[in-house]
Design a protein around this ligand. Structure first.
Ligand code: UDP
Length: 418
């Protein structure tokens, strides 16, 4: 496994967004944990929500005084093909999950487990890919510290074979974190914590950009700045429903022929399916005018994502299954009118009709997009409400505070145990 280098950050820079009292409160909790050794383990350093979260959280944990390391699993396409199937199966998609896959999964986890050296007070393992490392260490020299599984998925309706495999690996953990309580399977016999993820207001992805920068970036990809623009930012994945977005776009375009649609989709290392689904989406889009598919392979990085979210007249996230959906908070933070699937963590972020619209079908999606395009005042007022909701609930300092409080509770359990 490799260590991911992260830039320095200061919690004080977040005061303009969350207030000085919150910063003081978080630093106070941090003082009790000064020097605690924390290890985060995830599957990839970039692409997708977990990497996005850790890029913000790890530097702030360090700033608070914790001794934090972030390690990512070795690149292995066959393994990531299997873990994508596992991911899908755990979120309830019919899939084939067979013993050979379990064998390959365990082999890769065994290899990665060898790279866990050193002692840690807290180890946070993100998602199913590295989840077996705890039980593998238990078989050997034993694992030290408290182990926490941070699940970013919705496990409320998993495929039984996949869940029984995952559940057997989770017995080794001291706690599991879920985004909402309904995501946690009722038969999981581990202490459960519930708190949602967050977006980083000081990341280049979320900072304000001047109009000139936005226009230069967006027009550089061939978008006409004088015509309305619909944007969806997400990996190319059936559950992000890009084909449904094109369907909704066609309906709206029959009323507003100048409308353009941009998909921004990064290709994550741990999502080999993304390349295939990119081609499926491109095939569906090929005869539909004014649809643009852009990826990180065309130089789309954080600033470009930011620019496109800012340039959009309406942001869509028409997911049909979702963990949390950071992109929704990213768009709301930019005061955007958002139309998004009524699934997963999206209803936590959007209060329907107040800070955006939640939709259940292609037709409903088209109807709400059309409403927003025809009502600039509604775009503005719901965008304002969305920004406030994100400020109160979904910025990194709140997530950091949840982690610190959890660590503190677990440390006191440790001393009671002794
Ligand atoms: N993202 C990106 N570039 C892209 C597409 C997505 O940087 O072309 C980022 C996006 O801004 C967000 C994250 O990847 O921060 C996706 O997180 P989300 O929770 O929405 O979905 P996930 O990929 O974890 O299912």
């Amino acid at each position: 496994m490799e260590c991911v280098p992260v830039p320095r950050a200061s919690l004080d820079d977040y005061a303009p967004f969350v207030g000085f009292d919150a910063i003081k409160r978080i630093r106070n909790i941090g003082r009790d944990l000064e020097g605690a050794r924390v290890l985060h383990i995830s599957s990839t350093p970039y692409g997708g929500g977990v990497a996005e979260l850790l890029q913000a959280l790890v530097p702030l944990m360090k700033d608070i005084g914790l001794d934090v390391t972030w390690q990512v699993m070795d690149k292995d396409t066959d393994f990531f093909t299997i873990t994508k199937i596992l991911h899908n199966a755990l979120q309830g998609m019919g899939a084939i999950w067979v013993p050979e896959m379990e064998t390959k999964y365990m082999e890769s986890n065994r290899l990665n487990a060898k790279d866990i050296t050193g002692d840690f007070d807290f180890v946070v393992v993100h998602d199913p890919q590295p989840a077996a490392i705890a039980s593998i260490l238990d078989e050997g020299s034993g694992r030290k510290g408290k182990w926490i599984w941070r699940c970013h998925l919705d496990l409320s309706n998993p495929m039984p074979e996949a869940w029984s495999f995952m559940k057997s690996l989770l017995d080794s953990y001291d706690a599991a974190i879920f985004t909402t309580s309904v995501y946690a399977p009722s038969d999981l016999d581990v202490h459960i914590e519930v708190f949602p993820p967050s977006i980083d207001p000081v990341s280049p992805k979320n900072l304000p950009l001047g109009k000139e920068v936005v226009n230069t970036v967006v027009s550089g990809y061939g978008i006409d700045l004088n015509r309305p623009l619909l944007v969806q930012v997400s990996r190319f994945d059936p559950w992000k429903d890009p084909l449904g977005v094109i369907g909704a776009f066609e309906i709206v375009k029959s009323e507003i022929p100048t409308l353009q649609l941009v998909f921004l989709g990064s290709m994550a290392i741990d999502d080999p399916e993304g390349f295939h689904y990119y081609r499926v989406t491109a095939e569906r889009a090929k005869d539909v005018p004014d649809v643009f598919l852009l990826t990180n392979t065309q130089g789309i990085g954080n600033i470009a994502v930011n620019a496109f979210q800012l340039a959009a007249d309406v942001v869509v996230q028409k997911s049909i299954r979702e963990g949390f959906g950071l992109v929704v908070s990213e768009a709301l933070w930019k005061r955007k009118a958002v139309v998004a699937g009524n699934v997963g963590g999206i209803p936590l972020q959007i209060e329907d009709g107040v800070s955006g619209f939640l939709v259940n079908s292609i037709e409903e999606c088209a109807e709400k997009v059309l409403f927003f395009l025809n009502n600039p005042e509604a775009r503005e007022s719901m965008g304002r409400a969305g920004r406030e909701r994100v400020r109160e609930r979904f910025l990194t300092p709140r997530n950091l505070e949840n982690y610190l409080e959890m660590f503190k509770r677990m440390s006191s359990e440790k001393s009671e145990d002794v």
